[in-house]
Design a protein around this ligand. Structure first.
Ligand SMILES: [Zn+2]
Length: 171
């Protein structure tokens, strides 16, 4: 019996009895330092949060036939444009305690959920793809970029579609 904890990995490396998870982590580390890997996943999560913020616009506007490009973000209750500082993913919703700064109308927790969900999904997809790159011997990082991009678009579309369905059921 052995566990896949990082502490036991060094011992297992010497004995050669690595579990698949540890083998994958060791393979990943040989291609990319752990710090670079974590950095890439963190950047993907931040990008996911920003994409999630845009998906909220899509979820609200597309079913109502409003352009997603213009006008800029506004409060659905009082229609006052949202200041850029009040439009920071997750942070603004938490600082404003889920209320509009102008009219204090509650802002649906769906906005927070979509941003968090998209951030997590982007981080997970990126971690999964980087994991695949580390295990692959024939492909370079650049060969994986179209697949990574396609998967990120796919999860974003799924989040947007899910958000629209939830909004429709809730209203
Ligand atoms: Zn308002």
């Amino acid at each position: 019996m052995y566990s896949c904890t990082p502490a036991s990995a060094a011992v297992l490396l010497e004995t050669g009895s690595l579990c698949p998870v540890t083998t994958a982590i060791v393979g990943l580390a040989s291609m990319m330092s752990v710090t670079e890997y974590q950095f890439a996943v963190a950047v993907a999560m931040l990008c996911g949060l920003m994409v999630g913020s845009f998906l909220n616009v899509v979820i609200y506007r597309v079913p109502r036939g409003i352009s997603v490009a213009r006008p800029r973000s506004f409060c659905p209750a009082c229609k006052v444009p949202i200041r850029p500082l009040d439009n920071i993913p997750v942070l603004s919703w938490c600082l404003l305690r889920g209320r509009c700064r102008s009219c204090h109308a509650p802002i649906s927790s769906r906005y927070l959920a979509v941003e968090v969900l998209t951030g997590i999904a982007w981080g997970m997809v990126t971690a999964w793809q980087l994991h695949g790159i580390a295990l692959s011997v024939s492909k370079s990082l650049y060969d994986h970029i179209p697949q990574l991009a396609a998967l990120l678009i796919l999860v974003s579309v799924l989040v947007a579609a899910g958000g629209m369905i939830v909004d429709r059921v809730a209203s």
